[in-house]
Design a protein. Sequence first.
Lengths: 311, 272
Amino acid sequence: MAKKLTNIPDLTIDLAGIRLKNPVLTASGTFGYGEEYADIVDLNRLGGVIVKGISLKPINGNPPPRIWETPSGMLNAIGLENPGVDVFLRDKLPFLRNYDTAVIVNIFGYSLEEYVGVAERLDGVPGVSGLEVNISCPNVKAGGIVFGTNSKAAFELLAAVRKATRLPVIAKLSPNVTDITEFAKAARDAGCDGLSLINTLLGMSIDVRSRRPRLANCTGGLSGPAIRPVAVRMVWQAAKAVSLPLIGMGGIMTAEDALEFILAGATAVAVGTANFVNPRATVDVAEGIGEFLRQQGIGSVRELVGQVRTA
Amino acid sequence: MPSSKLHRATVLHHRPAGRGYYRLVLRAPALASASAPGHFVMLRVSENLDPLLARPFGISSVIAKRSLELYYRVVGRGTTLLTAVGPGRELTVTGPLGNGFPAPSKGITPLLVAGGSGFPPLLYFAARYGKQSRLFAGSRDKECLPPLSAMKDFRSRVKAVHYATEDGSRGTCGFVTDSLAEYLSGPARDDRPVMYACGPHAMLAAVSRLAAEHAVPCYVSMEERMACGLGVCMGCSIAMKAGGYKRACKEGPVFDSREIEWGGQVTLKVGR
């Protein structure tokens, strides 16, 4: 019995100065503000919650249809619908403060000034552990992707956000670029404390009978297991290019999927679309990582970060 | 461990019900006892990752407080795969979800308006509040009306059934809204009618117009494509007259028809 107790693997990690009880987070936009899942998932068992993207002012989002299922994945073009930072602070954050889990707030804007504005509003707010800066939403014309696919613009934006807050700043990178390392380096040079990757891949689906796109927005972001190999590859490339801690995400359904990202170089992982398919996916992944470590006789999940054998 | 909405349900009965429909009965006591008319469930048709997402189904009845009855039409890959799931198998179900129909106040006459395969939530409504109800069932042709077992249940639960088919193969020839309009303008109109409708968007928009013309309260149950059913994916959003969107899975699927911006609805075939 005593021997068994000493065999409990250590799942804690330090993510850009944020201490997490395990490496499993919720990917922004797939877990709301936590409350929606609270009667299915014990939020205390999550490493952290990355909340749905918040902007300075409320945003209505795109007209429907907004989603379409694809082979082992889905397209979405929600358009960053959210109630704005004031409503978030008043109505959403207090609920999450009741739980022993890290809260990372995903932020975005339509201009550099709006990004800075949200970052300033969240600086020093109790219960907020860090910011994830979305520079990669493929579904809004003016915001996100403009910064996410031009490394100079990304650098300027992230440097401005960095100056606006004392919180750890994590840049969420777009996979819709030729060389992910260029953006990882730009984020590092701008003073970011960590990186999240990947956001969704830009995609499209067409109804051949009506000859119309499946989404009113025409194009949307592809997520789910279909994109996982692309995501693992990009995490691996980014991990080799910069020494920042990474949050790996893209189609994680199981603990084994999550471990791929960790071996590729991610310190933490985020579970996204899987929350729609299996509302308990986050805790299943966290438990599964612990079980894997036990089976393999590995003391801490930290020992696996970046340990893919490529030589 | 909180897990009040996530269930493993055992298939008790699963057979073709005629007219292209299947009737699926699932044993899920906690889910069944928490359900009310207008609620829906998200059902995973397989444990595989393709198709990835669960499908929304309206509950058509609760049997003996322990089991759920669902009717569905085979319309896509998901429902095709579902047909192969035999009795004894376990399925993952999330629910009950959504707001459900408001309980009718005393003295009203519920008018249940069912278009095509939209009848299941109304069948449940009829079981709970049916005695004074009239059913208006409409479809393209006789073969798209609710299956015989469902019609039998409707007849035993409501006081009158009105059929309308566009080709005249059953009941009045024309749209369900035509026979509804005739009833509302005619001598047989009951005191204090209130509409409860579920069906294709175009039909619901027409029912909503009719309700406004006749100053009749009207509740519509919206069938939308959705990924999570829990209010987080924001995929099932419906445009509101007052601006912005509401989620079919959370603020709905039942809305006061006056809330909805019908012109903002894009009607697409629901491929489930």
